[in-house]
Design a protein. Structure first.
Length: 339
């Protein structure tokens, strides 16, 4: 059986060959009804555009570069899944480049991607801190879970203030009144934003976050265990800390292990909430860890949509914040009556 052609699709849809090209390439001024009719005709006939012809017609390569510094893939892999979900409908391929945090390696990859004539570049990272722009390029650029030092650049970011508010608001709603915050480096933007959200939730309940209840450290389980020992020494249970907001799930699992080793029961004595919804950490925590999911896949998907908009000539600058969602597990079970 002969492979269907553009002419076959045009006859089935009752339009010209040029209209078929515009509809399938999402170009030109066509009504939604005409575009739908062309796509329906192509689907009925099993028509698949020739990639080379499509590229020549549109002047695009239908490839996008994803430039990351997250060598272990903790953040980049979920975002890549979201990017591919958004771009797959247009048969756009993604070229993944891992710069491993090396600026020279990153520059080399940018040159390589431009040589490959990609239609645009998405820049991701493992932290939301402001970073140097990759420069003024001849193709559109969007940052995902990262932000540039140039205000005209576009960035898609998690709402870390809201994450802190969600986490601590949940603890307060469960009857907790003396909340500690154990987190990463004080210099990290996410740390400061999550603390801001935590303070908002506590203030709304007429509570506070004393300086002694905030402990900055590393993004590690070891730091979580150390912080648990320090909090226990300062007092838990009656009159002491009865909940801990952990700046990451890694820290949260460390806090849970440290408290258990010292005879402090989670959640009976102290409730815990983390951030990330990193399933290997949250699910293996004892007990399973309540956490705020930052929606990394959604960040990738929206970043890809923002890039497509820039490719089409529609531009927006600055940061776009996406809300997270609370995933409730055993570590934050509310206090029982009389506890």
């Amino acid at each position: 059986m002969a492979r269907p052609t553009v002419s076959d699709v045009a006859r089935r849809a009752g339009v010209s060959r040029g209209t078929v090209s515009k509809a399938l390439n999402d170009t030109g001024q066509l009504s939604p009804e005409t575009r739908h009719r062309v796509h329906a005709a192509a689907a009925e006939l099993g028509f698949a555009p020739n990639p080379q012809a499509r590229s020549l017609t549109s002047g695009r390569t239908f490839t996008v570069g994803l430039l990351t510094s997250d060598s272990i893939g903790r953040f980049s892999i979920p975002m890549l899944q979201g990017v591919e979900d958004a771009l797959g409908a247009d048969s756009i391929s993604v070229l993944l480049c891992d710069a491993r945090g090396d600026i020279e390696r990153e520059r080399k990859y940018v040159r390589t991607l431009l040589t490959q004539r990609v239609d645009g570049i998405i820049v991701t990272a493992k932290k939301t801190d402001v970073r140097s722009s990759i420069g003024s390029l001849p193709v559109p650029v969007v940052y995902a879970y990262a932000q540039s030092d140039q205000p005209e650049d576009r960035a898609v970011l998690p709402d870390d203030v809201e994450a802190g508010r969600l986490a601590v608001g949940h603890l307060v709603a469960g009857g907790r009144r003396r909340v500690a915050y154990v987190t990463g480096p004080a210099t990290a933007l996410a740390v400061r934003h999550r603390e801001e959200g935590a303070r908002v939730a506590l203030e709304r309940a007429g509570l506070g976050l004393p300086a002694a209840a905030v402990r900055y450290g590393e993004w590690s389980e070891e730091w979580g265990r150390e912080a648990a020992a320090a909090l226990t020494a300062a007092g838990v249970g009656a009159g002491g800390i009865d909940a801990v907001f952990c700046g990451s799930d890694q820290i949260g699992r460390g806090v849970a292990d440290g408290l258990r080793d010292l005879g402090v029961m989670v959640p009976d004595d102290v409730a815990l909430v983390g951030v990330d919804n990193w399933r290997p950490m949250a699910a293996s925590c004892r007990p399973p860890l309540t956490t705020v999911d930052l929606g990394l896949e959604e960040i990738g998907r929206v970043a890809a949509q923002e890039l497509l908009a820039r490719i089409a000539g529609r531009t927006a600058s600055g940061g776009r914040l996406l809300p997270g969602r609370l995933i409730v597990r055993e570590s934050s079970r509310p206090r029982s009556a009389g506890a």
